[in-house]
Design a binder for this molecule. Structure first.
Ligand SMILES: Nc1ncnc2c1ncn2[C@@H]1O[C@H](COP(=O)(O)OP(=O)(O)OP(=O)(O)O)[C@@H](O)[C@H]1O
Length: 277
């Protein structure tokens, strides 16, 4: 499988701080969904900013879709990456929802009519076309994140980076954004990097990379990682509800398979194995 992101031997430190990354290697296959988790201050957001060259590494190199990330190739690489941040209010530049999505297309020599079509398609893709004349301030947090995602879809990126994008939303808004990301991932063939504290969100990924103090501690599938309660606790990661329930079932002497199951899988296993339903 082709790697869409290749990070080799990366080092970075903020001025006046200790070294954050020293010789970090990480590769991400195209069309993968990877979740990056870890305690506060472990370097997750910094890594996202290095991948988008909002920050410049001290040494090492990053390739995005085969293109070396440097000052010369900056715009080419930025065109391949869309980032959605935590605070929906920080991301608006347009006076209306429609203007906001159009903004990212300006300076791209796109014909006015084509631009209108792209904006409409992008807003429809996130279910926000009916809100096109609204001022961003009048939207809910979840709606604002949808508009931010529409702005990114408009530039047709290959990679979508979500930096705690659901953490300011209520559970319903969170579920809706995750569902939307799932849909657009398969429709647009996107690679997703989601930085999250929400373990249930991380469980949806193909791979979970756990970073601690700038070091990749583990890089494995949710099925493997989310079953290791003690390990998760060591890094102050919440244990998913289903893993907690499985632990209790084991204490009762019930022989539950040794793999992570999400809500649906666990319910179906309980019905089948315990109640022969
Ligand atoms: N602009 C900055 N200047 C100096 N130090 C910074 C800056 N931004 C972050 N840091 C420091 O770098 C380290 C990593 O921060 P970063 O935001 O990447 O971590 P994180 O894993 O995303 O944390 P969180 O989960 O709290 O968002 C922290 O120790 C932080 O204090």
């Amino acid at each position: 499988m082709e790697n869409i992101i290749e990070i080799n031997n990366l080092s970075f430190k903020y001025p006046e701080q200790d070294s954050l990354f020293s010789s970090l290697d990480l590769s991400i296959a195209a069309n993968q969904w990877i979740a990056i988790v870890g305690q506060n201050g472990s370097g997750k957001s910094t890594l996202a900013r290095l991948i988008d060259r909002l920050l410049v590494p001290d040494s090492g190199d990053i390739h995005v879709a085969g293109v070396a990330l440097n000052d010369e190739n900056l715009l080419t690489v930025r065109g391949k990456i869309g980032m959605v941040f935590q605070n929906p209010d920080d991301q608006f530049v347009g006076a209306t929802v429609e203007d906001d999505v159009a903004f990212g297309l300006e300076n791209r020599q796109i014909d006015r009519e084509d631009m209108k079509t792209i904006v409409e398609n992008s807003l429809r893709a996130v279910g926000m076309w009916d809100y096109r004349d609204r001022i961003p301030a009048s939207l809910s947090g979840g709606q604002k994140q949808r508009v931010a995602i529409a702005g990114i879809l408009a530039i047709k990126p290959q990679i979508l980076i979500l930096d705690e994008s659901t953490s300011m939303l209520d559970p319903q808004g969170r579920r809706e954004i995750i569902q939307l990301v799932k849909e657009i991932k398969s429709r647009e063939n996107l690679t997703i990097i989601s930085i999250t504290h929400d373990i249930e969100e991380a469980a949806l990924a193909d791979r979970i990379v756990l970073i601690n103090k700038g070091i990749v501690v583990t890089d494995e599938s949710p099925e493997q990682l989310l079953n290791r309660t003690d390990f998760l606790n060591n890094f102050e990661l919440e244990t998913p509800f289903t893993t907690q329930l499985v632990t209790e079932l084991r204490h009762l002497g019930i022989n539950v398979p040794n793999k992570y199951m999400n809500d649906e899988e666990l319910i179906s296993w309980i019905k089948k194995s315990l109640f022969q339903m």
